[in-house]
Design a protein around this ligand. Sequence first.
Ligand code: GLP
Length: 237
Amino acid sequence: MKYIEAGNYEEMSRIAADMIAEQISGKPDCVLGLATGSTPVGTYKELIRRYEAGKLDFSKVRSVNLDEYIGLDGTNDQSYRYFMDHNLFDHVNIDKKNTNVPNGKAADPVKEGARYDELVASLGGTDIQILGIGHDGHIGFNEPDDVFYAATHEVELDDMTIDANARFFESRDKVPTKAITMGMWAIMQAKKIILIASGPDKKEIVDKFMHGPVTPRVPASILQCHRDVTVIYSPNK
Ligand code: GLP
């Protein structure tokens, strides 16, 4: 794994945006694996800035997002579809038809998971996957468990994750308790992975997933088995 320590959040975001921009310029119809959470917001702002400056063209770009809350549809302002529209897609010339987020309202999450994995496969996989990380080491919504799950699947969110995400909701009891997330197959098939994290509160988990044992108790540790991962960490939020 390659490790880059950024001076601050803006620098972390710039470095990640540089890597994504290079991917889009080199392959205009590339497939981006995208993430939500507060960490990638700066990266998306930086990509929007470059698009507005005429330096980036998203017209042929395809995208797949990692996860979605179960029970929320795209019009709900807490859904990850809404997040992506507002933080990136509505501000660049990507064709929304080419953007994909798991369907949190699917009647059968198992079928939805299979559909999503088939979709990722039919796109030829992702060229570059951007990831954040939860304090418990989750990527997407792959929570600590006894096993790594390969398929896109439904998960019960950990109390720690619900606590962490409560800041985006009116109150803690409004946070959905379930989500649908890409599993390790769809994440690990990416040709290149960038994991971004910032703030002193993420330092311990970054050290742990990079240098500790590979275990489903620290889901991000599986990234040690991927051949092209860049971790960009800023000690400052
Ligand atoms: C959520 C998302 C993750 C994200 C994590 C960290 O749980 N499903 O993909 O990495 O939050 O969020 P933040 O970047 O706000 O710390």
